[in-house]
Design a protein around this ligand. Structure first.
Ligand SMILES: Nc1ncnc2c1ncn2[C@@H]1O[C@H](COP(=O)(O)OP(=O)(O)OP(=O)(O)O)[C@@H](O)[C@H]1O
Ligand SMILES: [Mg+2]
Length: 580
């Protein structure tokens, strides 16, 4: 995991490596200041020598200035490289996600991926910055300040060691408790993100069901949980400062007490004692900073592994080594296909044997959850079969490059979406180099031209994110037009006209048979009327095909089909107008 993350430092390696260098220089300058102060007091102030006061005074000013400059450089380089790391991590994750297959996305969930790309990356960015600066600065500060103390007065330095021991024990206790709380907080933040993302992405449904109050109370609970934990951890951390002050003051008293004696017996000067006072602050505050680095690093460890997981994920759908780059025809064959979504789970499709000729129009009908969408998804290899083979144009779909296959097999998914951009831009997802005329032509075939032309700016009207400013039926028709622009050999419409009135639905099918007669069409629907004119119809039930024949034959031989037909024709379910 560490390797995966560090690899993304890439072009920011130089600033990342320079940060510790600047930090080291900063510390050296800083540590020398109290030492010079000692000389200033002893040889200047106490000795009444004004030229020494000037000399050491200017030394101190130079050191302070240099230390500040190096400090700024260190801060700047650390911020630069950690922001760079965050940017690289985000784009590495994004690129990785683009390669994911449908089943990979099922595994992580969309909300989970968003949290990883935002919150987790921010946490790594902070940790990296801290790692570069504080984790060098604190020990360096501590060790060099201690060394200076020993240099000034060995016996008096024992006071430091005792103080460090007491503070270390206190910090260790504090951290072990805080780390546990921090971990709990992260889990609660995840839960909170989950609530927010689910709610905001489904805000229309929430409103439609007047569930605002329920959602608010659910959210309040998540917020309250987080609040309680935060208060607990902050209470704990608030102990930090007073305890630290206590120890520092204790040290100063001890130093004065023993120091006074050493001054009297002549082994210590007043100036040296003053510099020891400032070193005590440096040593103890460095210790404390170090402990904070430790906390931050343990916290970000979880985030790091969540990010690395996304980047390292091997998409479970591989491109073949020697891909076929041309789909020869629009025939589709399912040879004893079995498919399950989870590994070893229940089969969503069982023993499917279907053989479809190029140019045929096939209807697929069945109850909800019977496996219709799954069947369609296998043709363009959105999922890989568990057993058996799916062939398009006589060639196993696994042998095509995904690009070839998916540009020849156009799917209008059941849950389809448009993107923010103009109508033209959305249509050109189908084929980037399509001319305006071709776009309009496709819209005519999908019965979309009429309403697009009526929009304020016609084909240049902006579609909002997710296509929220067009109606459900309009969105479906634009999605069909977008698929038609691909000039596919196979067109799969998964419930794609469910929100379109039956008259328009019939018109779309009619234009299809006139304009794209050679294209194999799979029309998945719950409505008998949408598929009854198809060449053949597959009736699905519980993941199996229980009938595959023409409308007339199925009416005669297939009891399930007859039942659906009679129920819908009598106006029992779904359709009300029977014009066709
Ligand atoms: N992404 C998924 N992960 C796990 N199981 C799934 C997934 N998608 C569908 N299923 C399951 O597979 C089975 C078949 O689903 P499918 O979507 O193919 O049905 P369908 O016939 O298209 O239904 P509908 O008419 O409601 O669209 C169902 O039992 C469903 O719960
Ligand atoms: Mg479906």
């Amino acid at each position: 995991m560490i390797g995966t993350l560090l690899k993304e430092v890439r072009q920011y390696k130089v600033p990342a490596l320079l940060t510790p260098l600047w930090t080291t220089l900063e510390v050296i300058m800083w540590i020398l200041i109290p030492y010079v102060t000692a000389s200033l007091i002893d040889d200047g102030v106490m000795a009444g020598n004004l030229s020494n006061v000037y000399k050491y005074g200017s030394w101190m000013a130079v050191l302070a200035l240099l230390s500040t400059v190096f400090g700024v450089l260190a801060g700047w380089f650390a911020a630069w490289s950690s922001s760079g790391l965050a940017a690289n991590l985000r784009s590495a994750m994004y690129r990785s996600i683009q390669r994911y297959s449908f089943s990979d996305i099922d595994k992580y969930s969309t909300a989970g991926l968003v949290t990883r790309m935002t919150t987790d990356v921010a946490s790594i960015q902070n940790a990296f910055q801290m790692l570069l600066r504080t984790s060098f600065r604190a020990p360096l500060n501590m060790v060099s300040a201690l060394a200076m103390c020993f240099l000034i007065h060995r016996r008096l330095s024992i006071v430091f060691l005792v103080a460090m021991l007491i503070l270390s024990v206190f910090l260790a206790l504090l951290i072990s408790r805080a780390a546990r709380l921090f971990k709990e907080i992260l889990l609660k933040v995840d839960a909170l993100n989950g609530v927010v993302q689910e709610n905001v992405s489904a805000i229309r449904v929430v409103k439609a069901y007047v569930r605002e109050d329920h959602e608010i109370s659910k959210f309040d609970k998540a917020v309250l949980n987080l609040f309680t934990l935060n208060v607990r951890v902050e209470t704990l951390m608030a102990l930090n400062r007073p305890v630290m002050n206590l120890i520092v003051n204790g040290c100063i008293i001890a130093l004065s007490w023993f120091g006074a004696r050493f001054i009297v017996d002549g082994s210590l000067t007043t100036g040296e004692l003053t510099s020891l006072f400032s070193y005590v602050m440096t040593v103890l505050s460095s210790l404390m900073m170090l402990s904070m680095v430790f906390v931050q690093l343990t916290q970000s460890f979880a985030s790091g592994s969540r990010i690395a997981e996304v980047i390292e994920e091997v998409p479970d759908m591989e491109e073949p080594a020697d891909p076929v780059l041309e789909v020869p025809s629009g025939s589709i064959d399912f040879d004893s296909v079995y498919f399950s979504y989870g590994k070893g789970g229940d089969y969503a499709l069982e023993g499917i044997d279907l053989h479809i000729l190029p140019g045929e129009t096939i209807g697929i009908i069945g109850g909800t959850g019977s496996g219709k969408s799954t069947l369609g998804a296998l043709v363009s290899r959105l999922y890989d079969v568990s057993e058996g083979t799916v062939r398009v144009g006589g060639i196993n779909v696994r042998n095509f490059s995904l690009k070839t296959l998916r540009s020849s097999v156009a799917v209008v998914l059941q849950k389809n979406t448009l993107f923010s951009g103009t109508v033209f831009e959305n249509l050109r997802w189908g084929r980037p180099d399509a001319t305006d005329e071709e776009c309009i032509e496709a819209c005519k075939a999908a019965c979309a031209d009429e309403f697009v032309s009526a929009m304020s700016e016609g084909y240049n009207t902006r579609i909002e994110q997710g296509g929220t400013n067009v109606s459900g039926g309009q969105r479906q028709r634009l999605c069909i037009a977008r698929a038609l622009l691909k000039r596919p050999k196979v067109l799969i419409l998964d419930d794609s006209t469910s929100a379109v009135d039956t008259a328009t639905d019939a018109k779309i099918r009619e234009t299809f048979s006139q304009r794209i007669p050679g294209v194999t069409k799979l029309i998945i629907s719950q409505r008998v009327l949408s598929i009854s004119s198809a060449d053949r119809i597959a009736v699905m039930e519980d993941g199996r095909v229980i009938g595959f024949d023409t409308h007339e034959n199925l009416l005669k031989d297939n009891s399930v089909y007859r039942e659906i037909y009679e129920m819908q024709m009598s106006g029992g379910e779904g359709d009300f107008d029977e014009k066709k």
